[in-house]
Design a protein around this ligand. Structure first.
Ligand code: ADP
Ligand code: MG
Length: 417
């Protein structure tokens, strides 16, 4: 028998705000002006589609990153995290260039840098202390939880007035994306930051990444209550190494950009809509693939096109309460990521296989891949059992012990104190 699998409980408003504020006081000897929190996310379906102008369907997790902030009159930024409470990192916004901050501090400092670059000159230096229960590097977007909580905090302390409306939040999302891409150097397509700042409790967020859409056109709230159907969503973090900035993610993006160029379109979404909306999608897909030069490119494109097609089908199945069909679409997405997009690792494959053999309606890897987490739609009350079965299989194979959490569709970021 293996050790009982660890379940990660979310921090309440009170606990999270206390942890961040306590760290703030001990690091800086002052009171923070306020505490903001923003969640990690889990994507139900629509993976590696955001940078192809496609569709995806995340929910916000109840697991959040909390930041206690106090503005400064100069351009100095100081940040500290409960992960290394004795080490304060300092940076200066004045004259700061892209990639000018190293380590995790790049994420929060980059948000202020991006906001100033975007013309919000009222943003100056600040002191910040972070506390989080979002697992790091697990494909659940601890990075977006950090950049988005920072963006909300800066919006609050510098009075930008962007955090109060969904439309205003787009400016904060852009700054969070800019920070991750250009200060932290971790390529991101925007799904994570949109989820963290636009999701609604009890809803999944149907995001459309076609360029030129208004705020309203780019997001739709879809009711999402697993328990209504006697189900729960298990998230299992494989704890397998995941390094999005090791080039694999970028190479997938480049393969898609190349393919779009070869097909004479701006992005693969244009082809995906043509294929998925045609009378005979299977032959339409074959016709497109026949124009591509090699098997690898064909499989990458097949993933993107079919995955974009699965998102509205999933939304439709969910809305009709056809959870069997929703589960089948999750499985199809998972298989496509494994065999066509090739972004899984043995830990993800094992976790998915065990979840399916335990009767999950659907199971697939979620997030960027190359490690990270899986999701499984299982009968309510059986999440722990399924997670334990996966942990047992991991122990047998000599993998790192996984951990788990139970996901319910939660609210986007907001001020908590
Ligand atoms: P994910 O977003 O899936 O968790 P990423 O690799 O995109 O994985 O982001 C993880 C990185 O974000 C960490 O390596 C660290 O640099 C930073 N980070 C996130 N949360 C925290 C935190 N609470 N304290 C310090 N750094 C953090
Ligand atoms: Mg991330």
């Amino acid at each position: 028998m293996t050790e009982p699998i660890e379940f990660i409980d979310p921090l309440s408003d009170e606990e999270g705000a206390d942890q961040a504020a306590d760290l703030f006081r001990s690091a800086y000897g002052q009171e923070p002006q306020g505490v903001w929190a923003s969640p990690g996310r889990v994507n139900l379906i629509g993976e590696h589609t955001d940078y192809n102008a496609g569709l995806c369907l995340p929910i916000a997790l109840p697991h959040r990153t909390f930041v206690a902030i106090r503005p400064r009159a100069d351009t100095t930024v100081r940040v500290v995290s409960t992960l290394s409470p004795d080490s304060v990192t300092t940076a200066d916004l004045d004259g700061l260039q892209a990639r000018g901050v190293k380590g995790w501090a790049a994420y929060p400092v980059g948000v202020a840098w991006a906001l100033r670059k975007a013309g919000y000159s009222q943003v100056t230096g600040f002191d910040a202390a972070f506390a989080s229960c979002v697992p790091l590097g697990s494909g659940l977007s601890s990075s977006a939880a950090m950049t988005c909580s920072t963006a909300l905090g800066l919006d609050g302390v510098f009075g930008l007035g962007k955090g109060d409306s969904d439309e205003g939040r787009l400016a904060l999302i852009d700054a969070a994306i800019d920070s991750e891409n250009n200060m932290a150097g971790a390529s991101t397509g925007g799904l994570d930051q949109s989820a963290s700042l636009r999701c609604r409790e009890g809803h999944a967020l149907l995001l459309d990444f076609r360029p030129g859409l208004t705020a309203q056109q780019s997001a739709h709230q879809e009711a999402c209550d697993f328990s209504k159907y006697g189900l729960e969503l298990l998230v299992l973090d494989t704890q397998a190494q995941h390094a999005l900035n090791d080039g694999q993610y970028l190479s997938r993006r480049q393969a898609c950009e190349n393919a779009a160029r070869l097909l004479g379109v701006d992005n693969l979404r244009e082809v995906a809509d043509e294929v998925n909306e045609s009378a005979d999608p299977a032959s339409a897909l074959e016709e497109v693939l026949a124009k591509l030069p090699d098997d690898v490119t064909r499989r990458r494109v097949r993933h993107v096109i079919t995955e974009i097609g699965r998102v509205p089908q999933f939304v439709d199945a969910f809305a009709r309460g056809d959870m069997e069909q929703a589960g089948r679409l999750m499985d199809a997405s998972g298989d496509s990521l494994r065999y066509d997009y090739e972004v899984t690792v043995p830990e993800l494959d094992t976790a998915v296989e065990v979840a399916r053999s335990c009767g999950a309606l659907g199971a697939r890897m979620t997030g960027g891949g190359f490690g990270g987490s899986i999701i499984a739609l299982v009968k309510e009350g059986t999440g722990r059992q399924v997670a334990q079965k996966i942990a047992d299989a991991f122990a047998q194979k000599g993998f790192h012990a996984p951990r788990a959490l139970s996901a319910v569709a939660s609210a986007s970021g907001h001020r908590v104190r």
